[in-house]
Each structure stands twice: as structure tokens, then as C-alpha cells.
Design a protein around this ligand. Structure first.
Ligand code: DC
Length: 230
């Protein structure tokens, strides 16, 4: 087997990064880490512990102080899907709800929180053989990653995908609300002071608007094979 590498997949929210990254990790026998799930888990913790009020005001110090009491991990469930855990509790469904989605950009803009999560993420990558997706993986978390992909698609396309995904899970949602949420998150993700979403200079671009999942997977395999010299 070739020497394991680190694969960083960054991009806008709901661009299909996670689906693509998860499937790639499975094909390669690599570990998959959803860094967005970590920011979502901290946001869920903050909501449950009254560190965010109903107007979306965030108690930054409260969240930073709570970090020592927060342990985020990932485990494989019986059906082979990966679940995020927060202090040992399976929060995979809870971190995908609208209250978390609406507050996660504000929470993830806290510099001290980002520093801590980046350290945890780097820890996951120590043995290499990892696919991690997020916003700053190719720029901040693993600037030396052997393969970096930057995914993008128009906000409407991404909102449509999210709508179908949530509907399939039986979660009642309004398309306009999702689109507004995606646009708002794009703005916050790209304009925050601390490690904003941006393309690493050595990243390979992927606009998957007109691609099927299969085409996207094939394209990604091609990039991996080129890197691994296969
Ligand atoms: O990928 P996602 O939509 O689940 O990410 C949730 C939020 O977390 C997103 O609004 C931005 C933030 N995030 C981040 O700031 N840095 C990362 N590496 C991953 C996610």
C-alpha cells in the first residue's frame, strides 16, 4: 500500500464536501473527519447550556471556558455511518437542526475556540491516512496536505440539495429559509477575521453543479491517483 496522505476538502456550506469526503475515505480505507461537525457540536453544547440567548447573542467567554469540559469524537455506528459524539453522547442528528445551523457561524468565528479545534483536528491527522473537510483545512489545519480540493457551487444549487436532504430525513423546512441561511453563512464564513473560508493557493477547484455523485467520485479518484502516482 502507498504511503498514506492527508486529503483536505474545503468549500462553501452544503457544497457536497462531506458526502464526497466520507465516500472517498471509505474507498481509500482512510479515516474521515467532518470538522464542521466539531463546530456544530460546540454550538449545540452552547445552546443547551444557555451560552447563546434567543436573540443569538453568544457568551464568548462562557464558551471558551467550557472547552475543557467538552470532548468531541466520532464513532462508527452499526450501519457503518459515522456519528459525532459530544461527551460520549451521540449528537449526529441534533447538530444538523436549524437552531445549530443558525448559530454555528457566530460560534465558529471565536478565535480561541478555533485555535483549540484546530489542535484537535491536527491530532486526528497525526497518523495521516485521513480525509478532512471544512473551511480552513488546506489553509490552516493542514497547510502541507498532499491533496487539497476546493469545492463550490451556486447558493441556489446548494440550498436545493440541503432542502432535499432535510426533507428525506423528515425534517420540515422552508426552501427560502435554507437559502437565506446558506447566504448568511457564506457571508460570515468568508468575512470573519479569524481563518476565513478561502481557497488554498495549491488547491484544485471543483464546481460540481452539473455533476452527479458518481461523476464527482470518479473525478476525485483521478486526483488521488495522480497524487499517489497510481
Ligand atoms: O460544513 P458545515 O456546514 O457542517 O459547517 C458548519 C459551520 O462550521 C460553518 O458555518 C462554518 C464552520 N466551520 C468552520 O468555520 N471551519 C471548519 N473547518 C468547518 C466548519
Amino acid at each position: 500500500m502507498k504511503k498514506p496522505i492527508i486529503i483536505a476538502i474545503d468549500g462553501y456550506s452544503s457544497s457536497g464536501k462531506s458526502t464526497m469526503a466520507r465516500a472517498l475515505a471509505r474507498r481509500l480505507g482512510y479515516r474521515y473527519i467532518d470538522s464542521g461537525a466539531m463546530y456544530r457540536a460546540v454550538t449545540l453544547y452552547a445552546l443547551e447550556n444557555n451560552l447563546i440567548d434567543t436573540n443569538g447573542n453568544v457568551d464568548t467567554d462562557g464558551i471558551v471556558n467550557a472547552l475543557d469540559s467538552i470532548k468531541i469524537d466520532f464513532h462508527l455506528s452499526a450501519d457503518g455511518t459515522q456519528h459525532t459524539t459530544l461527551n460520549g453522547r451521540d449528537v449526529e442528528a441534533d447538530i444538523r437542526t436549524m437552531p445549530v445551523s443558525s448559530n454555528v457561524s457566530t460560534v465558529s468565528a471565536i478565535p480561541q475556540l478555533r485555535h483549540r479545534l484546530v489542535l484537535w483536528q491536527q491530532e486526528f491527522g497525526k497518523g495521516k491516512g485521513i480525509v478532512m473537510d471544512g473551511r480552513d483545512i488546506g489553509t490552516i489545519v493542514f497547510p502541507d496536505a498532499e491533496l487539497k480540493i476546493f469545492v463550490n457551487a451556486p447558493a441556489e444549487t446548494r440550498a436545493h440539495r440541503r432542502f432535499i436532504e432535510l426533507e428525506a430525513k423528515g425534517i420540515a423546512v422552508d426552501f427560502d429559509e435554507i437559502l437565506a441561511n446558506i447566504r448568511h453563512r457564506d457571508l460570515l464564513d468568508t468575512t470573519r477575521a479569524e481563518s476565513p473560508l478561502r481557497r488554498a493557493e495549491d488547491a484544485i477547484d471543483l464546481d460540481n453543479t452539473l455533476m452527479t455523485i458518481e461523476e464527482q467520485d470518479a473525478w476525485l479518484d483521478e486526483q488521488v491517483n495522480l497524487k499517489l502516482g497510481r
